[in-house]
Design a protein around this ligand. Sequence first.
Ligand code: MEV
Length: 437
Amino acid sequence: MNQPVSGFSKKSKEEKIEWLAENYLQNNPNSVQILKNYWNEDTSLQQLHDDFIENTLSNYYLPFGIAPNFLINEKLYALPMVTEESSVVAAASNAAKFWLERGGFKAEVISTEKNGQIHFNFFGKEKDIEDFFEEVNPKLRDSIQSIEKNMKQRGGGLLELSLVDKSHILEGYFYIHATFETLDAMGANFINSCLEQMAHTFEAEARNFKPFQKDEIYPEVVMSILSNYVPECLVRAEVSCKVEELTTKHYEGKHFAEKFVRAIEIAKTETRRAVTHNKGIMNGVDAVVLATGNDFRAVEAGVHAYAARNSYYGSLTHAKIEDGIFTFWIELPLAVGTVGGLTSLHPLTKLAFEILQKPDAKELMKILAVAGLAQNFAAVRSLVTTGIQKGHMKMHLMNILNQLAASTDEKNEAVEFFKENAVSHSSVVSFLENLRK
Ligand code: MEV
């Protein structure tokens, strides 16, 4: 049985690997080599990656791909995408090309406000906490002057503070709701530093507030943290064209548009479909979020909460046909940054920003919304026409052929053969066996 380890973080990288191999990978003679195979020869680059997290043993590669031909507000972009899922980049590229020929994407940022809360307990009189909040409000602002200085100089900083009474839902629960403008930074560190400082000031000042002293009932801060729910940091992206322009070799435009709108209505109505529908949107959004070194968990959490804002979970995209015009759009809450964090550390992230022509945070929001819309267009288009398996299976076939170390000639033959035959792992194995006989 394995034993707990102490002082693990103090061990060198080699020692950590050795420990892991001895304790958890005894049956794998190649384990150490596998981990080392992914080390970078460039030791300073490797050191950079080692320092991103704690207890780093190796690097975990994900493909970095590119989806060209995105026309967004009349400007052409090639989107860097990081994902492990086959077909995602191809689908994005296809949708980009499709809309390039139909006027491209329009996108606009609706708002850019971030927020955080100081959650606290207060079991005294409601009037007292209201009076105290009014009195302490300017002091809270003053107490973050030094944290705010640079952000303020650039035009951002703390916006509003308000007191929210939730004691009708949870006894004694209140919070201070703080709103922020963080410009091109995602702002997590800035917001959390402001909140924690204000929380200290709040508690300290409460001790001097006479009405609290009288009954000896003081507010107690439970925690202070930004919210990843950012419905006031919103972006919208859209495509539209005449329904006839949707006609392709295989589909008549009007029929396609009607089926497409129906599919969106289903995703708006039925959570089981909505979750998968939105997952497809996030295939596009996350891939660009990852390529640009942003926090995909924050984006995911906020986006899904937004999808459920009307008390049920529904589609993040919308579609309509009006006067013969098909319009398809998305609205997403996105708190992302183009400065700070990984964005200025990871060489590939820096390159991704160069590829995107150095967008500011607002432009990145638009690009991300477009990536989501394009991905959803491609998925729903496949779903209501050919189905998705045809495209998927092509990639799946390649993955299997690679696993089986097929040569280029073998791959070409397999691609021809499986145009007419169903792909499965065993069918590919037997095809190759026959070929190799
Ligand atoms: C697969 O990763 C994503 C899809 O399932 C999305 C959808 O169903 O809309 C194809």
